[in-house]
Ligand binder design. Structure first.
Ligand code: BG6
Length: 523
């Protein structure tokens, strides 16, 4: 959330106020879990894109730490091959890639062992000697049980000590705890050795352009914010539907489930962007304070306002898939939910009485993440004596992915002598206005961390407030395991009980669709 502001208008002109561009300062990035999936699929491609965009400083180095024995040359070679495959269609930018790999060093080390940290300290000192880099960013791309111990060992080795201008920061990946108590314990553990401004808790949804755009949509336009409250909004629907199953992560998913995996983190980020009060600036604490206040105003979710589901076998995108219980590393009688739908209430002046319905699931009919803000219907009286039998609601749909854009539905008079009404849509698609940048979503997050902008990262109290809102539901589901699993077919829209949850309030879910019908028919 930094750098210049440029606004492309509908007429194609561009209004730009150029703020100073922050160049990332010299830094060494230390990646724990250098051989892991996250490093290969997201961190290294993001670094490569940052090199291409000219955002990394000349004095930059990467140290990869993992337990496998291999040399720096072997590590560079394997990442180069991975990047060649990754950029297959676009072709590799050999110069950018070698700029990056030349700066990469591998250190075989077990990060559960103290000596690995003294070894790392020596390597950092050597790099400091010949590259003159004092700042260090530690990236914990490791399983969550290592977050606390690795940070403690870093501290005991003196590696988190900041001096003068030289900073030390730590990126902590998701999941940040698996419930309120464990999130509190992890915060307490790491805040003993780090200060809050050294900790960058990632939620990768905040790396998505379309998510960041929600604040711009709301606060850079005059037409939305006056309507953005309980006087005008009937309800909000947030959907994160996936077609994938557990993608070989059965062991992780069995103890996690859809609620923990998606709700207090990713879906709540969307709730926050839609629901928060305007911050006074983009300053990290101004934004994060507003988000935290919003989470603190969420009523604790009860089991009556929640539905869980687990998929059976079925057909997804034309391909037959097995039921969840037959995925590798999943118990044959698993009670883990792969789908969740919730109704949440926000108890503040803006949103009291406006339900937010959230749903997310694996193996659904289509992949889409979207937010639909449904406005109150117009009064009908004027149309009593016309063929119009009801007035449709206006819906503002924010398509987060994959068909990024936004649409507004409204009523229009069908041409003819009678007053007849049709629902029509105005649509904005990102691809019609903006060049698609090669990005995996981690570019902004890594860059922001290097420049010390924590706006898109979670503060301790924000994470805890989010867990607090769902803790009651986690407890009641743990006490009362589902008896009807599996209860939705792979390739469907989820369990029928989710339809009942919203129908109870006289409302219905919008269809789950991959392509927005309007943009899909464009030539
Ligand atoms: C991850 C979850 O955090 O987010 C996954 O662990 C999920 O289960 C993924 O598939 C969704 O992210 P995205 O960016 O693909 O929507």
């Amino acid at each position: 959330m930094s750098t210049a502001t440029t606004i492309a208008s509908a007429a194609g002109t561009t209004a730009a106020k150029v703020l100073p561009v922050h160049h990332a300062p010299p830094a060494t990035l230390v990646i724990f879990g250098a051989d892991g999936d996250l490093t290969k699929r997201l961190v290294v491609p993001a670094l490569y894109h940052l090199v291409q965009a000219g955002k990394l400083p000349h004095e930059f180095a990467v140290i990869g730490v993992d337990h496998n024995h291999r040399t720096t040359d072997e590590w560079r070679q394997s990442l180069s091959e991975m990047m060649q495959a990754f950029t297959r269609a676009a072709g590799i930018d050999a110069q950018a890639l070698s700029w990056l790999t030349d700066r990469m060093h591998y250190m075989a080390g077990d990060f559960t062992q103290v000596q690995s940290f003294s070894q790392l300290k020596k390597l950092l000192a050597e790099l400091r000697g010949y590259r003159n880099i004092a700042n260090v960013l530690f990236y914990l791309a490791v399983a969550d049980q290592f977050f606390g111990p690795v940070i403690e060992r870093l501290c005991h080795a003196g590696l988190t000590q900041q001096s003068g201008e030289a900073w030390r920061r730590v990126i902590v990946e998701k999941p940040f705890g698996h419930d309120l108590a464990s999130a509190q314990a992890l915060n307490a553990q790491i805040l003993k050795v780090l200060s809050e401004d050294q900790i960058y808790r990632i939620d990768h949804f905040l790396g998505k352009e379309t998510v960041q755009n929600i604040l711009v949509l709301r606060f850079a336009n005059g037409i939305f914010e006056p309507l953005w409250n309980r006087d005008h909004v009937d309800h909000v629907q947030i959907t994160a539907a996936e077609t994938v199953g557990v993608e070989g992560r059965g062991r992780f998913y069995e103890k996690t489930g859809a609620l923990r995996d998606m709700v207090p983190n990713h879906l709540f980020q969307l709730v926050a962007m839609i629901g928060m009060e305007p911050p006074i600036s983009f300053d990290a604490d101004a934004v994060r304070a507003k988000k935290t206040e919003l989470f603190q105003a969420i009523h604790t979710v009860s089991a009556e306002n929640a539905v869980r589901g687990q998929y059976s076998g079925g057909v997804v995108l034309g391909r037959k898939v097995v039921d969840y219980r037959h995925e590798p590393n999943v118990a044959p009688d698993s009670a883990t939910e792969t789908y969740v739908a919730l109704k949440i209430g926000i108890d503040n002046w803006r949103w009291a009485g406006v339900p937010f319905y959230l749903r997310t699931g694996k193996r659904l009919s289509a992949r889409t993440t979207e937010i639909a803000v449904q406005f109150r219907r117009a009064p009908y009286a004027l149309f009593r004596d016309t063929p119009v039998d009801r007035l449709p609601a206006n819906i503002l749909t924010l398509r987060i992915q994959p068909d990024e854009g936004l649409s507004v539905s409204f009523s229009a008079k069908r041409p003819g002598s009678e007053i007849e009404i049709d629902g029509v849509e105005m649509d904005f698609a990102y691809r019609d206005y903006f060049e698609r940048l090669a990005a995996v979503g981690y570019e902004t997050l890594i860059y922001d961390c290097l420049i010390g902008d924590a706006t898109l990262f979670q503060r301790a109290d924000t994470v805890q407030a989010a867990w607090h809102a769902v803790q009651g539901l986690l407890d009641s589901w743990a006490r009362d395991p589902a008896k009807d699993f599996p209860n939705y077919a792979a390739g469907s829209a989820g369990p029928y009980t989710a339809d009942r949850l919203i129908a109870r309030d006289g409302r219905a879910w919008l269809p789950i669709r991959a392509d927005h019908p309007h943009t899909a028919v464009r030539p």
